[in-house]
Design a protein around this ligand. Sequence first.
Ligand code: V4E
Length: 227
Amino acid sequence: MSLQMSVEVERKFLFNAETLKTLEEIGAKCVGQHQFHDQYFDTPQFHLTLSDMWLRKRKGCWELKCPMAAVSSSGETVGEPCKAAALCTHYKEIINLSQIQLRVKEVVKDVHERRDTETSSLQQDESWFSKMNLVCFAEFTTTRQTFTLEEEGVQIDLDQADFGYCVGEVEVLLPEIEDMQSALGKIETTAEKLGLTGDHRVEGKMNVYLKRHHPEHYSKLLSKHIL
Ligand code: V4E
């Protein structure tokens, strides 16, 4: 991803051996397979994730996913009447480190203010997150096969996490202001082409990881309807 800030709209799905055949039949192009290790960070009190903010380090780079205000650039509430909306998630993705630090600081304000008197620099090096009392709460490696469906402008990822969970996702990346409805339409069309039938959201890797490894954290997120 090259944009400093973008909106990721995606629908997760469960896949099997047939999915590869279907991808070929519908004209999806395989653009490669790669592996990455993710480390997710939060305070011990879960300030970030309980605000639905997901801070991670992937391939040496910081990334933050956070909720998007449900308001369009014209000030109207973004309507999401189609079935696709209920099955999709959309998050703002930030990869600029200063912007990430600002967002994190807003949420972890209490902790940060207490520690501000102790140190005042160190924003560029790796100690900024320990200063904000952030610790790694989840880490896993994913092997990802990526496809594109050019006529729909979507990316399709097939992920295998090293803790034994496989999940696919149909994804559209938008510059921030662009139309959510068109992204949902592209995802819905692709889902139909792939023959996806489920009418419930499919769990992501993090859901399954936390349920297995950190059930208390998982329950807190569930009770706030974040997962
Ligand atoms: C858990 C979570 C987030 C962390 C990242 O999740 P995900 O997009 O599943 O990871 P990945 O590896 O596919 O990232 P990518 O390479 O696509 O950038 S971000 C938002 N959530 C919450 C969440 C949710 N509540 N429900 C579902 C279905 N997914 C995620």
